[in-house]
Design a protein around this ligand. Structure first.
Ligand code: NAP
Length: 266
């Protein structure tokens, strides 16, 4: 894709910017002329992605962030405003599956403990990163976006925020929270021209899904459930984020953009 004018003059914060969907979204936003502040708990990878964007002629900087840390969000947003003058876009993309890395991904239960065996600690961790992190990030940009005269918040949920499965119930609950939180925030801040939407990816090839997709049995099951017959790429999702971040979606708020190869149409 050639550089385009879709985010000219915009300042974007991208959480989860070190890897997978977040890294691709940061790259695409920069390619479309946004100044991008990437943040992630993985500092080495985040610095690398920001460095690549700058080397390619884009505008980007990286700051480490734990999305569960309230004060760190305040500091990060202040740093973005100080460096780039304002904040127009926040893409809340950081997330975890909550899967036990030691768990054998062989059976129908592909991404976490069954409910009866689920620990409170696992539940709390998944909710903290995937749901509370989105709340904290969104809250932190409200005032800067009001100062900027409006803005766009893009919250990554999942098809797991719309339908259930054998997977980790905490993951489903956290992504469902992101979906409905986005609608409530959209209504509260529509008068300030701050738009809030959620994005719902299906199965996308990233480091998060690598353990599952490396297992031929799991991969075959997931592909069979995906009418378009392939896994998504990070770019498939980043392109949806680009639309919601840009002024092309000026009349779109409180909606859910499903990008899943047709899986939930079934
Ligand atoms: P990924 O490659 O694992 O990227 C997630 C990034 O978030 C990683 O860099 C991770 O850092 C970071 N992160 C985790 N906890 C964090 C925290 N507390 N604070 C800041 N950063 C943190 O996964 P992905 O597949 O691109 O996922 C991106 C988003 O899409 C997630 O919200 C995920 O739930 C959602 N999603 C993915 C799929 C899919 O099929 N891949 C489908 C639906 C939805 P570490 O590496 O250090 O953990």
């Amino acid at each position: 894709m050639q550089p385009g004018p879709r985010l000219v003059g915009k300042v974007a914060i991208v959480s989860g910017g070190a890897s997978g969907i977040g890294a691709e979204t940061a790259r695409l936003f920069a390619l479309h002329s946004a100044a991008v502040m990437l943040c992630d708990s993985n500092a080495a990878a985040g610095e690398r992605v920001a460095g690549e964007i700058v080397a390619a002629g884009g505008k980007a900087m990286f700051r480490p962030l734990d999305v569960c840390d309230e004060d760190a969000w305040t500091a990060l947003v202040a740093a973005a405003e100080k460096s780039y003058g304002k904040v127009d876009v926040l893409a809340n993309i950081a997330g975890i599956s909550g899967r036990d890395p030691m768990m054998n991904i062989q059976t129908g239960q592909t991404a976490g403990p069954r409910l009866a065996e689920q620990s409170l600690a696992n539940w709390n961790q998944v909710m903290a990163v995937n749901a509370t992190g989105v709340f904290l990030g969104t809250r932190a940009v409200i005032q800067p976006m009001q100062r900027a005269g409006g803005g766009s918040v893009v919250n990554i949920s999942s098809i797991c925020g719309i339908v259930g499965s054998h997977s980790n119930a905490a993951y489903h609950a956290s992504k469902g929270a992101v979906r409905i939180f986005s609608k409530a925030a959209a209504i509260q801040y529509a008068p300030d021209r701050i738009r809030v939407n959620s994005v719902h990816p299906g199965f996308v090839d990233t480091p998060m899904t690598k353990p599952g997709h490396a297992n031929p049995e799991v991969a075959a099951k997931r592909l069979e459930a995906t009418p378009l017959g392939r896994f998504g790429t990070p770019a498939d999702i980043a392109l949806g984020c680009l639309y919601l971040a840009s002024d092309e979606s000026a009349w779109v708020t409180g909606t859910e953009l499903v990008i899943d190869g047709g899986m939930t149409a079934n």
